[in-house]
Design a protein around this ligand. Sequence first.
Ligand code: NAD
Ligand code: GLY
Length: 365
Amino acid sequence: MTFHKLTVALQSRSYPIYIGSGLIKTGSAVELMPILRGPNGVVVTNETIAPLYLEQVQKWLHDAGYKNRAIILPDGEEFKNHETLLNLYQEMFKAGLQRNAFVCALGGGVIGDLSGYAAATYMRGVDLIQIPTTILAQVDSAIGGKNGVNMEGGKNLVGTTCQPRVVISDVDFLTTLPEREILSGLGEVLKYGLLAGDDFISFLEMNKNEILARDSKSLATMIHFCSRIKADYVVRDEYDRLGVRAALNLGHTVGHALEKLYDYKEFTHGEAVAVGAVAALNLACEIKLLNDAGRQRALQLFADFGLPMRIPEAVDVDNLIEIMHRDKKAEGSLSMVLLHGLGDPHLEKSIDLPLLKDVLQGCKQ
Ligand code: NAD
Ligand code: GLY
């Protein structure tokens, strides 16, 4: 078995991330799984993923001596709420889980966030295993410990930061991912390219065709790059309080507002982040933080991967800015992550609103 391994180094909360093909196969759990507090747990997944991978994962855990039952949730962001969470607690209780139990999240970011929150709070916290099955979850949501549920007032309004014991990113799971979910994950991947700079951007430029064809070696290298970048930000600012981890929100200020404006029905998260990243590139260029060559190289990458780059003509830009203000990340004045060069992100605290309005208007062409 060949795989990439890296460690999220957080003292007593440190954990490994394994990335590769064929990771979830007979016998490998003995090598990849940490020693958990107890032998009993649950695998939490959804109705779409269960028929594809549940049996394989349950057997894999059994082989390593970890007894487990399955909890299958409905599929969809609309179920990432307190009602589903309460059902999850009840199923965990019915399965007889004690304080030394484990929760294994098998799915995308929705399952990861729900399972992570349940694991962090059930009997004041049990072990969490993340087995992410989307690109977005492998490069982002499964790493770093953020979890939570949505409420009427907005997304992820309630949650904790609680690190998993291990993350296992098997790229074989990505073979069944719908095309649009691949694209959504790639929106976040390209964001990492902008954060990291030349090395990763060059890799993406040179391996575009292989990545889009889902070549497992290229996917594993790409996910390894992203996981390393994410882990580095998490280690420097685990609780997102120092303004360091905030750089991961590049493209998200405009992206979140766009998702919300369309009631989460028009853009996937990664698509909205792509449009938001383009807006941030244009703004950084306008205020001469980023040169035009850097901007053009970045825009080419988004175009090459087929990501959306424009704000729809029908969008009222004043309305979009109003939503950005209401976003929980906009504390006081409007802040945005802007690049001072490819690979050089900074959190800019007081964005010039008339200029932002012009830039957003320009993103419609
Ligand atoms: P998702 O979990 O909804 O998965 C997308 C769709 O793909 C679902 O229908 C799912 O059933 C299906 N699917 C998943 N894996 C599959 C596979 N291998 N084969 C076939 N179908 C598969 O969406 P997502 O994009 O993975 O995650 C989005 C969620 O992640 C949002 O709720 C967001 O708030 C959260 N998120 C959390 C963090 C964090 O740090 N915790 C970071 C980013 C996003
Ligand atoms: N997805 C942003 C973060 O984990 O901080």
